[in-house]
Design a protein. Sequence first.
Length: 182
Amino acid sequence: KCHRLDDRRALTAALFQLDVANVNTTDPLDPARLVQTGAQRNRGFELGLNGNLTPRWSIYAGYAYLDAEIRSTTEDAPAGAKVGLVPENQFSLWSRHALTEHWGIGGGWVSQSRVYTSYDNDVVLPGYTRFDAMAYYKQGRYRVSLNVENLFDVHYYATANGDNQIMPGAPRSVDLSFAIDF
C-alpha cells in the first residue's frame, strides 16, 4: 500500500506471506550439489519513506522484517530451520541535499542483522552496518559525482555460497563519474 503524505513525500507499506514448495538449494558443504529443502515460508513486512523534506533535501528510507523458515522436514533439511542468507532485519537510509544550484552532498547507510549461511543453521554471518557518502557538482546537463562506498572501511561479510565459501564485503571504494543528461 502506498500513501502519499503530500505532493512531495510517499509512505509505503507491505505485509506479506510467501509460501513455496519443493525448494532446491545449495548443499552447505558442497556448492556443486543441490538438495531438496521442501516447503518454505517467508512472512514479514516492509516500510518505506521517500520524497523531499524541503525543495533541496530528499530522503529515501526503508525497513524490512523477514521471518523465513523451512516448513517441512526433508532428508536434508529439518522443519523449523531458518532459510539461509535471509536477515531478520534490514534497514537503509539515503539522504541528499542540494547545497546550491550546482553543489550537493549525500550520505546514508545500509544495515542488516545476522544471517545463517545455509539452511543447516551451523554458520552465522554477523550483522553489519555500512556507511556511504557522495558529493556532486552539476552545470546544465553535465554532472560530476564523487561516491565513497563503505566510508569507514568496515570489515563485513556480504554473502556466502554454503558454509565454506564466505565472501567479504567490499572495502572502502571511491568512484568518480561524469554524466550527461540527454
